[in-house]
Design a protein around this ligand. Sequence first.
Ligand code: NAD
Ligand code: ZN
Ligand code: ZN
Length: 348
Amino acid sequence: MRALRLQRWKSEPELVEVDDPEPGPGQVVVRIGGAGACHSDLHLMHDFEPGQLPWNPPFTLGHENAGWVHAVGPGVRQFDIGTPVAVYGPWGCGRCPRCLVGVETYCENTDEAPVPGGGGGLGADGGMAELMLVPDARLVVPLPEGLEPREAAALTDAGLTPYHAIRRSWPKLPPGTTAVVIGIGGLGHLAVQILKATTAARVVAVDTREDALRLAEECGADSVVPSDDNAAAEVRRMTGGHGADVVIDCVGTDATLTLAASMVRTLGDLTIVGIGGGSVTIGFFTLPYEVSVQTTYWGSRSELAEVLDLGARGLVRATTTTFSLDEAVDAYRAMRQGTIVGRAIVVP
Ligand code: NAD
Ligand code: ZN
Ligand code: ZN
């Protein structure tokens, strides 16, 4: 079969011929119905230095996957061939206290994970191929009725990551509050919908691109604000001078973190989701009192089931552009140029 592989650090991926995967005991092979192109893949291609991560190329890209069960190994009884499924992306050891509650993102026993601190498309072979080997059936989640693999793919990362970030801030988002999402790309446009579907907060979307702000409006944002020098003042004006209760930064550069810090309110949450390499200074006088600052990584297995439920009920829907495997490199190029609206999905 053909697969889009990252062959080495600091390189463009290549479409090459590889062997079809065979499932071993407890394993599942998924026929891919959709593999999302995530901005993190651009960071993988261009930003990481050898030795920076606990795993290395070569591997097949695509860490946002859904499809149908194609083959199961000995001992896998829970899936019929052809069952539509999503792949839970972060692969832990399956046994440590974090993994036991489904938070495999923060596995404490990564030496025993299939890839230390990684997953399919992140050190192990991912879904930008016709077939994908999932090393343990627990990492395969059946799709709820009414959700197709092509629609579900984006929910496994672009949906799950902001869902986890937003869920932890639910107590700070009762009626009368304001949540800001910075960066309305793959993650951000779903963040807007997740906020609308799961909280009563007023949702403000911030981006540099006109197209992205229009998408945010379609996704239900109450207001949109261009990401410029006036953005923080605009959010303060909208909130009676107080600022936003929760700011989710889906970019994570110096510029957006500075913006986030200047619009968050006393007692608020500033959550860094984007891997833009920026930083924010934390000190007694740099942020309003009792602001919590956190990074979040992906989400848990049970949260994936929750976000798929939102998808199946039509409360959250990814805006997607479909690319064939041959066109996958074009999808990444377009993402780099900032011309993708929503999520690019590769359908092998
Ligand atoms: P994307 O390219 O689809 O979207 C990025 C958006 O940010 C675009 O709309 C762009 O116009 C906007 N943007 C860029 N600079 C901006 C600025 N200064 N102000 C406001 N908006 C700006 O990317 P994506 O796939 O949604 O990923 C977003 C980020 O999240 C990436 O850094 C990615 O690596 C990271 N990510 C993190 C996790 C995690 O677990 N923490 C998971 C997935 C992706
Ligand atoms: Zn990702
Ligand atoms: Zn673990």
